[in-house]
Structures are given as C-alpha cells and as structure tokens.
Design a protein around this ligand. Structure first.
Ligand code: BGC
Length: 295
C-alpha cells in the first residue's frame, strides 16, 4: 500500500490538515491558526511546520483560496486574503520542506474539496458535479467525467459569477459577484441589514433554524440568498448540464433553508425546467473535504 499522505487546506479562518491512507482512512486531523496578520511568509512557515508535525513524507498536497496558475503552482490573487498576490506557493513550500517541487501539489481550495467529496464524500460515484463551498468566500470545484476539471487554474470560480452588476463591491474588484450575496460573510451582512442578529458565531445556524420554523423575515432572507446563488448555478446547468451540486463550507448547514430560493434561481437562469432534475446535496466530509482532497 502507498504511504499515507499529508493534505493541507488553507482557509479564510483556519488551516485544516491531516494525514489519510491510500485506502481513505483518516489517521490524524488538526486545525491551526494560519496567523494571516503576520503576512504570507509567516503563513508559509506555518504550513511547512504543520506538514512536518504531521510526519512529513515524500509529498505535500495543499489547497489555497484564490486564482492559481496550476502549472507553476503560483497563487495569483486571493479575493479574501489581502497580500496573497503572485505567490510562488509550490517553490516556497518545496524550499521550506526540502521536497522536490514536483512533489508539492498546489490546488485551489474548492477544487481540493471537490476531489475529497468525489473520493470519500457525497460525490462518490458521481460523474459530473460542482462542489460549492459557502464560507468566507464562495468557491467551486468541477468534477466532469469523473475527474477534476480545473482548466489552467481558474475553472469553477462560481463565487465570481456576477448576478447583480450594481451589487456590493467584491474582493476581486467587481460588483455583485455571487460571493458578495450568498457567502457566509454576505449572509451576515444581509441579515444585519434586515435587522436580524448575525454577528455572533452560530447566528447563521439560528437564522436557518428560524427560517425552517417559518419565521417570515428569516425565511425571506434565506430565500433571497438562495435565489441569488441559484441564479449562478442556473448558468452552470445551462452550459454544462451538471445536475449534481454538493454544498460544503460553514454556511452549507443552511442548505435546506436555502433550497426553495436556490431552485427558483436555477429555474430563472437555466433553460427548459431543469430545476426538478437538479440534485442539491450537503457535503459529507464537512470541513475536512479540502485537506482530504489535497492529500
Ligand atoms: C476565491 C476562490 C476560493 C473561494 C473559497 C473565492 O473568493 O476566488 O478561489 O475557492 O473564495 O475560498
């Protein structure tokens, strides 16, 4: 059997990592503070230290949030990590770990999550799907024909599909990207604007709960957020006939509350009453999908 591999997922708030065997057994898992405030070089040091503390090995797979040049292993820009621009993630990690750069695989965080869900999660046996991560930002990873489809490094950036050209300013510089309307961050902002409590951790869970129970303002908010996200997904359905969407990330616990709006949005932007054939599934690996896929 191949040795167990270390995977790391650099998220907007935490670094999730672990070691998984070739057969898919999770041997170790941890979560660390990336220390973003101390800048990219410090974060890279932290990532290399985590890899060593997990036992190192002969390879490292890492998921990073943002636009990549996959061939070179560079992070070009990261809408939610200011300062992470034009960063040679592969080279810097190879230098810090002593690994051959060819053994350092740098992938987009949502692409890594898609591979994780395909391997051990909700996407097992699915040929075509989009894994959507709803967290600080919104990420997407395509599995097409049973394999990750990443293009040159920008494919699946569902979070930056513009659904409202006059909407809020996005970290990417455009306005009204779906990320500014339906990420966990956006949901909090929209809830506060509707005078609903949404500043403490757990408030989004409460909002979804109240929406489920039928409270009108919460239900309306979840419907609007779902519809905005659904509009972006409808475009995907229309272009690629992808019928399975798997939702991960912190805000995906609200999937059932978002679903009615999601279906309206999908219907609005796709062609030929496609919503009934579209499956909207919760991710099964939760916050572990990214590091598992990276491994
Ligand atoms: C980035 C994506 C990333 C997502 C989730 C977006 O803003 O553009 O690359 O996958 O956030 O982290």
């Amino acid at each position: 059997m191949t040795r167990a591999q270390v995977g790391i997922d650099l998220g907007g708030t935490a670094v999730k990592s672990g070691r998984v065997s070739a057969a898919g057994a999770i041997l170790e898992e941890r979560s660390d503070d990336p220390g973003f405030a101390r800048g990219p070089q410090h974060v890279l040091d932290t990532l290399a230290r985590i890899w060593r503390e997990l036992g190192g090995g002969d390879a490292l797979g890492i998921g990073v949030p943002g636009l990549l040049e996959r061939e070179r292993g560079w992070l070009i820009a990261s809408p939610n990590l200011p300062g992470f621009v034009e960063l040679d993630v592969r080279g810097e990690l190879a230098r810090r770990t002593g690994l051959d750069p060819r053994r350092v695989v740098v992938e987009n965080d949502a692409n890594a999550a898609a591979v994780g869900e395909l391997w051990l999660g909700a996407g097992r046996g699915t040929r075509d799907m989009l894994v959507v991560t709803l967290g600080t930002g919104i990420g997407g990873g395509f599995i097409l024909d049973g394999k990750l489809y990443a293009g040159e490094g920008l494919a699946g950036e569902i979070g930056h599909v513009v659904v409202d050209p006059l909407g809020p300013l996005c970290g990417c510089g455009k306005r009204g990207c779906v990320e500014t309307l339906a990420s966990a961050t956006a949901a909090r902002r929209r809830a506060l604007a509707a005078n609903l409590p949404a500043s403490a951790p757990g408030d989004l869970v409460l909002l979804a709960q109240r929406a489920r129970e039928g409270c009108a303002p919460e239900r309306e908010l979840m419907h609007d957020i779902g519809r905005d996200l659904g509009r972006a997904l409808g475009t995907v359905v229309c272009l690629l006939d992808v019928r399975t969407f798997v939702f991960g990330g912190g805000f995906s616990g609200a999937l059932d509350a978002l679903e009615p709006g999601l279906r309206v949005g999908i219907e609005e932007r796709s062609y030929g009453a496609r919503s009934p054939v579209v499956k909207l599934l919760p991710a099964e690996l939760g916050a572990s999908a990214g590091w598992i896929g990276a491994a």
